[in-house]
Design a binder for this molecule. Structure first.
Ligand code: ARG
Length: 592
């Protein structure tokens, strides 16, 4: 593994050196380097510096140019406008840097200087309930963040905080004791798709039946309430029945995650119930330290800036007046566990923006209690709502929440049709068509989610998602497949970098963009912003398209070195696309 400094950082360093040589009093000034249309880079920092030193910016800029002198990386540097510097790199420097990237498995992307340990809370559906598009977002964004953070060298601990506790289980369990065969499977239940569907339909039927009884039969209601008490008291028979609901739900969850092409591991599923043993102590600590106070029988935490419409403060309720614990007590206990037992330095929560007030209060409480501080930070990676084509929250025509599995199946169907249409030309077998259809369909759903900033709402529009043109995963997957096809057609000719060659404008643009991969990843990891990686990859594919238009790769008219060097660019683009898509959790089929 050899990390490769980017061309931008290399230029930045040379300019900073020239600045301090020319103007010792400006030693620490930032040259403010930007990519530019006029040249490869533009440096704007001299303007501010001249102001500070009360000098003439163009004169200062000229002095910096002199101080750069002859340089093997900065081929051309000139003063422009009021005192900018336009900088053009030597072709050799570009190709050599890219060759160093190509020689490295990680494409020269450095590991983080001081990796920490992030506990990431994502993919947290609820037991005995159907998964919906909100659960899709948490899973997709969370999975991408896990991959990205791990790639930068961060230690990542995954936690699936599933909703597996609460009073509704009293009703469900009581119903099951009275109808003991309701969760039986017709066939021996595996973990496959059919088993998942059967599990969910069992749970759904049971939920509806027990709900109906609960609402209509006072005696059943009373028995269900007693069950809640038994569950909370840890009664063994009751717990065993509760466990059946959890297990049944997991069969369903796993079938959905498998369809999403996502690895969820059993030990990482630590649901709300996993913190039961800590709840009493969490409350005791908060009360003894004065962070929480009793108010109307409940244990509460108050905040100056959280008030209801009537102007009265709205507290975080840690324990209800009837002694019951809710969502807040569990989340506060989970923070203690993650900080004290898992040694986290960062806590990341991939959760719906509609829960932002909850997390704001929970984090502030944890800070007051000293569980969070400058060394351990918590952040909610909040995501927006998935909207239908009409711009309203995504619902079926009957106004019900859309089942996630149905959506995914439809995406796969549409994608398979797109793949099939082109399959003849490429000569794909039926098996490849269905395999690719899955990767294209699931990729389309993931990419649509990941390519807009998480906090924004987005429209779930399958037509747009599987479109071959525009900012879609299909476009990127075709770019990758085209690269693979060129490599196959190259015959005996292989990708070899030739730094002595002059580069065409489209080659430079592609090369400079390829070189930014590591910097983009660092930014994406630091700001938890996968959409910036998606944007980078889309631009990469666009640069590739321009390059194809302007530069023939395998043409007979090209000298051998030109063919090899272009193959080298194409190959590095393919590897960068593949790596980038993999970090988003999206497959890149070899042939499409
Ligand atoms: N199960 C919750 C839901 O479906 C999300 C859990 C989020 N994580 C947490 N630590 N509260 O909305």
């Amino acid at each position: 593994m050899a990390s490769v400094p980017s061309l931008a950082s290399n230029v930045q360093q040379r300019l900073a050196d020239a600045l301090s040589a020319a103007l010792p009093q400006a030693a620490s000034a930032d040259p403010l380097l930007r990519r530019s249309d006029r040249a490869d880079f533009q440096a704007n920092g001299i303007l501010a510096l001249a102001k500070r030193l009360k000098g003439n910016p163009r004169e200062l800029a000229a002095q910096v140019v002199d101080a750069v002198g002859d340089d093997d990386v900065l081929a051309d540097i000139e003063v422009s406008g009021p005192g900018f510097l336009n900088i053009t790199l030597a072709d050799r420097a570009i190709t050599e840097t890219l060759a160093a990237r190509a020689a490295d498995d990680r494409l020269g992307v450095p590991l983080a200087d001081e990796p920490g340990r992030t506990v990431i809370d994502y993919a947290q559906p609820n037991v005995a309930k159907e998964m919906h598009v909100g659960h899709l977002r948490s899973a997709v964004i969370g999975d991408a963040m896990v991959r990205i953070l791990e790639f930068t060298g961060e230690q990542v601990v995954r936690r699936h905080h599933i909703g597996d506790w609460g009073t509704q289980f009293g009703m469900l369990i009581q119903y099951l004791t009275e109808h003991p065969h309701e969760l039986d499977h017709k066939e021996s239940a595996g973990a496959g798709e059919a088993a998942g569907a059967e599990a969910m339909s069992n749970l759904d039927r049971l939920y509806k039946a027990s709900r109906a009884l609960f609402d209509s039969d006072e005696e059943f209601k009373a028995r269900a309430r007693d069950r809640v008490v038994a569950l909370q008291a840890g009664d063994e028979e009751t717990l065993a029945l509760w466990q059946r609901f959890v297990d049944e739900s997991k069969i369903y969850f796993y079938s959905v995650f498998e369809k999403l092409d996502m690895e969820i591991r059993d030990p990482d599923i630590v649901g709300e119930s996993g913190y039961n043993d800590m709840l009493d102590e969490t409350c005791r600590i908060l009360e003894e330290s004065g962070v929480a106070v009793r108010s109307e029988g409940a244990l509460c935490v108050f905040f100056d800036d959280v008030k209801g419409p009537d102007g009265n403060p709205v507290p975080l309720i840690v324990r209800k007046s009837n002694g019951g614990y809710g969502y807040a007590a569990t989340d506060l206990s989970a923070i203690r566990d993650r900080v004290q037992n898992l040694d986290a330095t960062s806590l990341l929560y991939v959760v719906d923006a509609r829960q932002s007030l909850h997390f704001k209060m929970v984090f502030e409480t944890a800070r007051r209690a000293g569980w969070l501080n400058d060394k351990v930070r918590a952040h909610q990676l909040a995501f927006g709502t998935v909207l239908g084509k009409d711009g309203k929250p995504f619902k079926t025509r009957e106004g019900e929440t859309v089942r996630l599995v149905d959506l995914l199946d439809e995406a796969i169907d549409r994608a398979t049709a797109v793949v099939r249409e082109k399959a003849g030309k490429v000569g794909l077998s039926e098996q490849e068509i269905t395999g690719n259809g899955r990767h294209v369909g699931i990729g389309a759903v993931k990419y649509a989610d990941l390519s807009t900033s998480a906090v924004r709402d987005y429209k779930f529009d399958l037509d747009q998602m599987v479109s071959l043109n525009g900012d879609t995963s299909v476009y990127l997957q075709y770019a990758y497949a085209r690269i693979q096809s060129i490599k196959r057609k190259a015959g005996g000719r292989s990708p070899v970098a030739h730094p002595e060659l002059e580069l065409a404008p489209a080659e430079r643009a592609l090369g400079l963009h390829l070189d930014q991969f590591g910097e983009v990843l660092a930014e994406v990891a630091a700001g938890y912003e996968p959409h910036k990686l998606a944007a980078y990859l889309y631009q990469l594919a666009s640069h590739l398209t321009t390059f194809y238009d302007q530069c023939h790769v395998l043409s007979e008219d090209n000298p051998a070195e030109v063919v090899e060097n272009r193959l080298f660019l194409v190959d590095l683009t393919g590897r960068t696309l593949h790596q980038g898509m993999a970090l988003l959790g999206i497959r890149t089929p070899e042939r499409l």
